[in-house]
Design a protein around this ligand. Structure first.
Ligand code: G3H
Ligand code: 13P
Ligand code: ZN
Length: 309
């Protein structure tokens, strides 16, 4: 099976009230852990690559590893650029075989975001590649911003129809209170489902994307802290909120931090119990198994995309 775009995946996910998992990949063990889990539960996948991942592993290595995963699993897999920051990086990924790119113009005023996003869409569509845009800025808890500034960071539903119509994007990332990383909320987790609902009304049938959607699973944080780590106050998006978003118009849920935590917990535990080990297979193997277990649980119990490949 060749690489696919996310078009069919999103259509089925929207109609079925579930979401596709978009997992960040950086190396072989991460790709194998994710794709082996998806194979076992027959789930479609989006594997996403950040600029940092391309710099770390090199574009060609990641492409070839993903091609190998397709041969190994025969699953529908979409390879996506995560947070493309300008036209050049999007073009480089499109020319280099990606089937989907994100152009993240969310830091610009609306007019410039539309201009840049449309430029990427025009090029991508001429090559059969799909595009994710973003409206609204994901807040970081470390920003220590006050409520009115915070409100300004949420996506404004009044802008979404114009943005989608004028850019021609295939999916839209919105800001409803999630943020990247392992420290998402100071107190009670709260997401603006009212904004998601309003966006859904303005864009019927249109796939919405949720970034910053790791749950920061306590079991992994506890293990990291138990074996020498230091992550007090780590907190993520509760799984029931992700299920609710998936049942609404959210078709793509982005997960990176949970993969990092699972892998780190596996490696820390391994060295705590086997301090004399120095064979990378002995600690990367358990890390890969932790990722596989995590992803399987997400696909089946949170995203609901098992059996949909
Ligand atoms: O949204 C960001 C992703 O977690 C990727 O992070 O840029 O460190 O690879 P990265
Ligand atoms: P997390 O940091 O919550 O995993 O979010 C990842 C993400 O949004 C990648 O684009
Ligand atoms: Zn993101």
């Amino acid at each position: 099976m060749p690489l696919v775009t996310s078009t069919e995946m999103f259509k089925k996910a929207y109609e079925g009230g579930y979401a596709i998992g978009a997992f960040n990949v950086n190396n072989m063990e991460i790709i194998q852990g994710i794709t082996e889990a998806a194979k076992e539960v027959n789930a479609p996948l989006i594997l996403q690559v950040s600029a940092g991942a391309r710099k770390y592993a090199k574009h060609v290595y990641l492409m070839k590893l993903i091609e190998a995963a397709i041969i190994d699993t025969d699953l529908p897999i979409c390879v996506h650029l995560d947070h493309g920051e300008d036209f050049e990086v999007c073009k480089s990924c499109i020319d280099g075989g990606f089937t989907s790119v994100m152009i993240d113009g969310s830091k610009y005023p609306l007019k410039e975001n539309i201009r840049l996003t449309k430029q990427v869409v025009d090029y991508a569509h001429s090559k059969g590649v799909v595009v994710e845009g973003e409206l609204g800025k994901l807040a970081g808890i470390e920003d220590n911003i006050n409520v009115s500034d915070k409100d300004a960071a949420f996506t404004d539903p009044d802008e979404v129809e114009q943005f989608v119509k004028e850019t021609g994007v295939d999916s839209l990332a919105i800001a409803i209170g999630t943020s990247h990383g392992a420290f998402k909320f100071k107190g009670e987790p709260r997401l603006r489902f009212d904004i998601l609902e309003e966006v859904g009304k303005r864009l019927p049938g249109f796939p919405i994307v949720l970034h910053g959607a790791s749950s920061v699973i306590p079991e992994y944080v506890e293990k990291i802290n138990k074996y020498g780590g230091n992550m007090p106050g780590a907190q993520g998006v509760p799984e029931e909120m992700l299920r609710k978003a998936a049942s609404m118009s959210v078709c793509k849920i982005n997960i990176d931090s949970d993969l990092r935590l699972a892998m780190t917990a596996g490696i820390r535990e391994h060295f705590a119990l086997n301090p004399a080990d120095f064979d990378p297979r002995k600690y990367l193997g358990p890390a890969r198994s932790m990722i596989k277990e995590l992803v399987k649980n997400k696909l089946v119990n949170v995203l609901g995309c098992d059996g949909k490949a």
